[in-house]
Design a protein around this ligand. Structure first.
Ligand SMILES: *Cc1c(COP(=O)(O)O)cnc(C)c1O
Length: 365
């Protein structure tokens, strides 16, 4: 049996008719950028998340870039961020000229809240949390620290659409929540897309201006903005997927539950769930002592896996200028050496799931 780590086609075929109808509707409408689909999606997504405002942008990285820009964070400022994230989180900070200050993650791969305070300096302006793999960070402690030190809080929710912490959606804890709708995300488009959510009317208005060349009114430009718009086709298709997001999340939770109940091996450990968090399983990430052997073994048996992520940002070539070295963030580096994402996608069949479980459990060195 051939099992890929993700199957985007299954997500399409599950609602094929609805997607196709919406695509045709948008194509036939004659209106393709910033129109009624984007407006409707922004309203529906804000209401789903429980935020007052949503502004669609072109992708998740732009959501982060524009969030920090709107917050006025740039050269000379520091932003505290977990070291074990996808590099785009960090780029959202550095493209604005600000400096990332890394802290280690905790056992659930979120920022280790107990390490934040010692990273604060007089230049610290914000904390960026990443709800990695679909599970919220320890938000009550993070919020308390940000409040105490008067820091802005930005949430990278690119992997956490619909994930909650103590009953509250990720994206609603901070000043701004940043989402990606890259096709593989839990709320995926059929191309690139992104959005910010916020309760702050001024921030939402500012990002709306920035995403469209800095203009509120066409051809009257207030600031030097960017072109970062969500298009009508993606917005329309996202509206279709959003209607099914809760059932899609439940399906992934059922798969995760089978993995948690039935995977048993001395060669890897399973992910744990934070108290108070509802995990939406963007990825199901195991920790394997002998990872390469396990990857090769699975590959020989037709099972694909992915490493999220093999090189932490502080050791990537792009951030060599920050001057970090191997050993600076040992927990992050250990995760990078041992984490492995196993197949987890909507539309996974019972047969596929059974095969992955049996094959993983039979692994021996
Ligand atoms: C996907 C992702 C991003 C970037 O989103 P794009 O839409 O690909 O630009 C940022 N942060 C995290 C954690 C991600 O997973």
């Amino acid at each position: 049996m051939e099992i890929m780590p993700n199957r985007l086609d299954r997500g399409f075929f599950a609602y094929q008719e609805e997607f196709e109808n919406k695509a045709l509707e948008v194509l036939r409408s004659g209106w393709y950028v910033l129109g009624k689909e984007v407006e409707a999606f922004e309203q529906e997504f804000a209401s789903y998340i429980g935020s007052k405002y949503c502004v669609g942008v072109a992708n998740g990285l732009d959501a982060l870039i524009l969030a920090f820009r709107a917050l006025g964070i740039g050269a000379g400022d520091e932003v505290i961020v977990q070291a074990n994230t996808y590099i785009a989180s960090v780029m959202g900070v550095t493209i604005n000229g600000a400096t990332p200050v890394f802290v280690e993650p905790d056992a659930q791969y979120g920022i280790d809240a107990s390490q934040i305070e010692q990273a604060i300096t007089d230049k610290t302006k914000a904390v960026l949390v990443v709800h990695l793999y679909g599970q919220a960070c320890e938000m009550d402690r993070v919020c308390e620290i940000c409040k105490k030190h008067n820091l802005k809080l930005v949430e990278d929710c690119a992997q956490s659409h619909g994930a909650t912490y103590k009953g509250r959606m990720t994206g609603t804890f901070g000043d701004i929540g940043c989402f990606s709708f890259y096709p593989s995300k839990n709320l995926g488009a059929f191309g690139d897309g992104g959005a910010i959510v916020t309760d702050d009317e001024a921030l939402a208005a500012e990002i709306k201006v920035l995403r469209n060349y800095g203009s509120e009114k066409r051809y009257y430009n207030k600031v030097v903005g960017v072109n970062s718009r969500l298009d009508e086709l993606q917005a329309g298709l996202l509206r279709v997927r959003l209607r099914h997001l809760d059932e899609l999340a439940r399906e992934k939770q059922d798969i995760a539950q089978r993995y948690l109940n039935e995977l048993k091996s001395p060669y890897f450990t399973l992910p744990t769930i934070r108290e108070g968090a509802e995990h939406i399983w963007h990825q199901f990430v195991i920790y394997a002592e002998h990872r390469q052997q396990l990857i090769d073994y699975l590959k020989e048996r037709g099972i694909g896996t992915i490493i999220h992520y093999p090189i932490p940002p502080h050791l990537s070539q792009a951030y060599a200028y920050l001057g970090h070295q191997t050993g600076d963030f040992p927990i992050t580096e250990t995760y990078a050496e041992h984490v492995l994402s196993i197949p987890m996608y909507n539309g996974m069949t019972a047969e596929e799931l059974q095969y992955v479980i049996e094959t993983l459990n039979a692994f021996e060195i």
